[in-house]
Structure formats: structure tokens, C-alpha cells
Ligand binder design. Structure first.
Ligand SMILES: [Zn+2]
Length: 481
């Protein structure tokens, strides 16, 4: 998932103020040979990923079947690191290596909630990622808030002994921006509730479904504020709780969460490279994240992103199209609890921002791509438009405003790396995101050809571009939704 802060604030795009360098000379543009090679890549990706035998689908099936849930720092995530190394090698990548990532380890134990009075009933909940536990069942009367802003307006002490509850419902949109409007409740609700004196926080799941399954996801405790337990109710359970509260009597809830942090852990980003030719010290990065939340098997988030980008790099290798710049496919570790893999990569490569031509990440499930966005210097935009022309037959429009690289590359973008986004149709993504329903059956094998094609074309043509896209040269257009 893209960066919380980017989404939550929905920053308006700031277009570069500096003047364009005018029309590009022909030798600054991609050659007709490059365009022809990319067209061949595109068509091969489409032809090779039409069913369950496609490389991207097979990788996704393998990771979800042989590993499954893989919360960073747990044994399955460690097995996923070995899995990724083995797959990169089997796919013929020229160089395969790991880079360390350290992060706080968090685990989930049992989790239960119920209404004690006036209408005793069980509630379906799941702890928010990195929540503290309850140390045995706790009880409190519930106070409902329509949204995060309403909770933030609660006076200190006004919720002493209570359980705060945010009932705001996420809205469904093709571009997924309803997530940005709703996710603040999950991220910042716990500390807002604690400031007003609450002993725990419940939120309506950040999800667009009507399933009786709760959506987990990271919270963000504020420094200096007591950490209180926080959990999400499934959408139907949130409705149930609101209906009870609407009857006017105090509604008392019991919450029992056995979860918490256990010090620091170290795992690895796994990287596979297709070595470049004359500009091999420069890199194009694409990738997805290897870790997942624990209720499902992490199929749409983000086994499929790893599968799509690994398959895209492998196809360039298979067609013997040695790129000029090195193509680096990164399977990031621990995106979910705060983008630790992306930050570790950015720290390790902080002195090489200029050598990064562009970075992108596939982390919005398996829906079809419908737009290309990019944050590059103005004078490189005609090359992005050339890439867009190769993508156009895939139903992908090139859009000059908005977009963002994704949580993992964002750490390098913050240091000045140029970025691209291949925006996917996220209409259904948030029905399953971070739930037990994030499983392989949600992925349509025939949809993956288009995505492998798009990442292969983007990576290859970015690697071939005669000039720089502007990394490290000047302020680039900032990501914005
Ligand atoms: Zn993700």
C-alpha cells in the first residue's frame, strides 16, 4: 500500500516551476529500435501470461501456497527470503543478493471482543498492527465518534475509563483514494483516544466489504502519549455496535487482545538484477513487498506484486534484451509495519540517488493498470510519453499529474529519486486488503499479462533512455493522489 501520509493528506501535486528545456533533440529520445524491442516485450508478456501457467501467476501461487502468511520477523517471512533468492536464481537473474532490514517484531495472539450489556453478543475484531495487548480482558462503555476529527476534538479526561469507537466507513473508488480518507482513524486514532483518557480504541475496519472479517493494518502511536490497545471491528460488527449505541443505553464491551512487540528483529530485502551494458552502474528499480499481514496468505498484498515484477525482469532476460542500465527487482521486507524495507534500501543507497534512473512498485493487488504517472524532470517528460505510447494499447493512459511510487520506493523518492506509478484498478482491492480473505482466488490469472507487460516496458525503456530522468538533480514533482 502506498504511504499513509501521502494518502492521508492527499497532497496536491506540485508541478515543477522551472521552465522546460523545450523540444528534445532526437538523440534525447528513445530510438525506434528501443521502441520496437519494448513492443516485442509487451506482446510476449501478454502472450505468456494468459492463464495459470504464466510466470507471474505461478510465482504468486508458489509464494502463497508454499509460504502463506509472512509477518516480518516470523519464521514464514524468513522462509520467504529463501524463496525469493531461489526464484530469482531459477529465473536466470544475473545477480541475486540480500540487504539487511531491522524493525520491531510484533506478533498477534488470541483476540476476542463481545458486548457485555445491554445485548450480549460476540464481536469479530482483529488487533491493529503493533497494538499493545490488553493484559487480560478489559471492559468499558463505548463512546462513538463519527470520524477521527471528532475523536481528536474530545477533551482530555472526557473518555476516562471508556472505550472510544470510530464508526467512519471507507468509500469505494476505482483509484482507492477512499483508503486515504479513512486510514487516519487506524493510524492516529489510538493516540487521539488515549489523549482523551480512553483505555482502548475500536475502529470500523478500513475496508469496503460487507464480510464478517476484520481488516488489520498498522497504527502509528504518537510519542509521549500512553499506548492503548486498538482493534478493528468487521464492517457488519461495526454496524451492530452502532445500532446498539443508537438505542441510547450505555453499551459495555469486553476486549481481550494478546499481542505486542518483542524487541527488534532483522530480515532482508531480496534483490535480483539484470545487469546493464554501457550504463550498468545506473539502475532502474521495480518490485513489490515480500512480507504480508497474517490473517490471509498475502496474495494480493503483495505476493502478486513480487510475482509481476520478478516476471517482468525475467522476461527481459529471456528475450536477450540486455538493458543499458541495470534493472533491479526488489522484494522488500516489512513494508507493512512502516516501510522498513524501503527505508533500509534508501539508507544503504543514499549516496547513489543520482544513479537511480527511476523507481516503481507494484503494491495495489491484481487489478488492471489504467494509468501511468511519473515524477521526472520536465525535460524528460517526452520520454515518459514515448513509454506511454507503448503502453497505450494495454488500455493505459499517461497522466501528467498526481500519482506516487508506493511506500517502499518513497524513501528513495524523499531523497530525490524519480518515480513512476502504474496505477491499478483498486475497485475491489479494499474488500480483501489485510483480511483473511487476501487469498489466491482473488487473482485473475488473465489480468496479469497486462501488468507484467507494463512493468517490463517501463523498466526496459527507462533503462534505455538516453538521458537522466532527473534523480538527484533538482526538486521533482512530489507524489500526490
Ligand atoms: Zn502492500
Amino acid at each position: 500500500m502506498p504511504n499513509l501520509r501521502t494518502l492521508a493528506t492527499a497532497v496536491a501535486i506540485t508541478l515543477l516551476a522551472s521552465a522546460s528545456s523545450g523540444a528534445l533533440a532526437a538523440n534525447d529520445l528513445l530510438s525506434t529500435q528501443d521502441i520496437a524491442a519494448a513492443t516485442k516485450l509487451r506482446d510476449a508478456a501478454m502472450a505468456g501470461n494468459v492463464d495459470e501457467n504464466g510466470v507471474a501467476y505461478r510465482l504468486t501461487e508458489s509464494l502463497t501456497t508454499e509460504i502463506g502468511e509472512r509477518l516480518a520477523g516470523t519464521p514464514p517471512a524468513d522462509r520467504a527470503v529463501e524463496w525469493a533468492k531461489a526464484k530469482f536464481k531459477a529465473l536466470g537473474y544475473d545477480k541475486v543478493y540480500t540487504e539487511p532490514v531491522s524493525f520491531p517484531l510484533w506478533t498477534r495472539g488470541h483476540e476476542e471482543a463481545s458486548v457485555v450489556s445491554p445485548y450480549p453478543q460476540r464481536l469479530v475484531v482483529t488487533a491493529l498492527g503493533h497494538s499493545v495487548g490488553t493484559n487480560g480482558p478489559l471492559q468499558g462503555d463505548v463512546v462513538e465518534f463519527a470520524d477521527l476529527a471528532a475523536l481528536q476534538a474530545a477533551k482530555p479526561g472526557s473518555l476516562d475509563g471508556k472505550i472510544a469507537y470510530i464508526s467512519h466507513r471507507m468509500q469505494r473508488f476505482k483509484d482507492g483514494h477512499g483508503y486515504g480518507e479513512a486510514v487516519g482513524a487506524r493510524a492516529f486514532g489510538p493516540s487521539a483516544a488515549a489523549k482523551a483518557g480512553a483505555k482502548a480504541l475500536l475502529i470500523r475496519s478500513i475496508g469496503t466489504d460487507h464480510d464478517r472479517l476484520a481488516h488489520t493494518g498498522m497504527l502509528d502511536y504518537a510519542a509521549g502519549v500512553p499506548k492503548i490497545p486498538a482493534a478493528a471491528l468487521s464492517n457488519p460488527d461495526a454496524d451492530l455496535l452502532s445500532h446498539m449505541i443508537a438505542r441510547g443505553q450505555p453499551v459495555r464491551v469486553s476486549l481481550d487482545l494478546d499481542c505486542g512487540e518483542h524487541g527488534m528483529a532483522t530480515s532482508y530485502n531480496v534483490i535480483g538484477e539484470i545487469t546493464g551494458s554501457d550504463k550498468r552502474a545506473q539502475v532502474v528499480t521495480i518490485g513489490g513487498h515480500l512480507d504480508s499481514w497474517d490473517p490471509g496468505t498475502g496474495a494480493i498484498d503483495d505476493a502478486v506484486g513480487v510475482g509481476i515484477t520478478m516476471a517482468a525482469g525475467a522476461l527481459i532476460h529471456d528475450l536477450h534484451l540486455q538493458p543499458r542500465r541495470t534493472i533491479r527487482v526488489i522484494a522488500y521486507m516489512d513494508e507493512e509495519s512502516g516501510g522498513y524495507g524501503g527505508k533500509a534500501y534508501a539508507n544503504a543507497h543514499a549516496s547513489q540517488v543520482k544513479q537511480h534512473q527511476i523507481g516503481a512498485e507494484s503494491d495495489m493487488g491484481a487489478g488492471r493498470i489504467y494509468e501511468l504517472h511519473a515524477g521526472v524532470k520536465q525535460s524528460a517528460w517526452p520520454v515518459i510519453e514515448q513509454i506511454g505510447q507503448v503502453l497505450a494499447p494495454l488500455g493505459i493512459a499517461t497522466v501528467k499529474t498526481g500519482g506516487g511510487a508506493g511506500e517502499d520506493p518513497d524513501a528513495m523518492v524523499a531523497k530525490g529519486m524519480a518515480w513512476a506509478e502504474l496505477r491499478q484498478d483498486a475497485t475491489y482491492y479494499f474488500d480483501w486488503h489485510h483480511t483473511a480473505n487476501d487469498t489466491l482466488d482473488k487473482i485473475e490469472p488473465a489480468a496479469l499479462g497486462q501488468q507484467v507487460a507494463a512493468y517490463a516496458v517501463l523498466a526496459y525503456l527507462s533503462a534505455q533512455a538516453p538521458g537522466s530522468f532527473g534523480s538527484g538533480e533538482m526538486p521533482l514533482p512530489k507524489p500526490g493522489w
